[in-house]
Design a protein around this ligand. Sequence first.
Ligand SMILES: Cc1cc2nc3c(=O)[nH]c(=O)nc-3n(C[C@H](O)[C@H](O)[C@H](O)COP(=O)(O)O)c2cc1C
Length: 304
Amino acid sequence: MKKNILVIYYSQTGQLEDIVKNVSKPFEDKKEEYEVTYYNIQLKTDFPFPWPSDVFFNTFPESYLQIPSEIHPPSSEILDKKYDLIIFGYQVWYLTPSIPIISFLKSGYAENLLKDTPVVTVSGTRNMWMLSQEKLKVYLKNLKAKLVGNIALVDRHDNYTSVLTILRWLTTGQKEKSGILPAAGVSYEEITGAGKYGEIIKKHFENNTLENLQPDLVKNGAVEIRPFLVRVEKVGNKIFTVWSNLIIKKKEKRPLLVKFFKVYLMAAIWIISPVVLIFHILLGPLFWAKRKKEKEYLQGIKLK
Ligand SMILES: Cc1cc2nc3c(=O)[nH]c(=O)nc-3n(C[C@H](O)[C@H](O)[C@H](O)COP(=O)(O)O)c2cc1C
């Protein structure tokens, strides 16, 4: 009997769609053994792409506070099957799994599909996904899914270059390089090469060794942890908690507060984060062992 593989994802620009389709290709290529079903999460009211700048920043409080929107129900064809493996594609919005992903996870359909099923998470982000993955791990645990692997593809340029290129990409639609700025997002080579991770997943799935999948994925470059970015994310989560709650509570002042948040965020990226970087480097020798342990944990799939 054929094994059923479900690929769940949402993608605005098509980047994550390309990644999950390439990861799934080794299964697609064996049509006699596998039936691959795609579930593209669709919101009743979707977000615009390219993003008008004010909409981009106005989406922050609901994103960070994980407030869901309504989704179209998955088709009965998708819901009626039991799956042997799920490839779960997601992107990060404001250090948190994106609103479409949260909307699915909170929808009631998620438990139906994910319960008791091995799940491999696949993300395509700028570079700050680590603590978002921790948030996702909690959802998966509560939905009784079995997280068996994680692939995190990122923009490998330095943090500041990737901020400039992603803002250009998300607000104008231009991903390609321009002037001195390189192309935005995950590189073309990594997107097209994502099939190699699919091969690794397939190998462990067929050999019944999914418990060894994550170390194999890590060995093959599926997850890169930059300790400095983990620090920035930790600080970012604290600051975002304050800003998001403030904006949600002060409804009548929301447009003004969102404008302040935008200015604050830019200052945090360009002024505060270099200061954090200097301290991070200076304190390196003191915290070496702690950071190594944390890196190993974040590369893995366990939940503390
Ligand atoms: C509103 C918004 C916020 C984002 N915040 C983050 C973030 O906190 N960390 C990150 O690494 N990428 C962030 N990204 C980039 C996305 O994770 C993703 O790489 C990009 O939007 C392309 O995804 P797509 O496959 O949906 O087209 C953000 C994107 C959007 C639209």
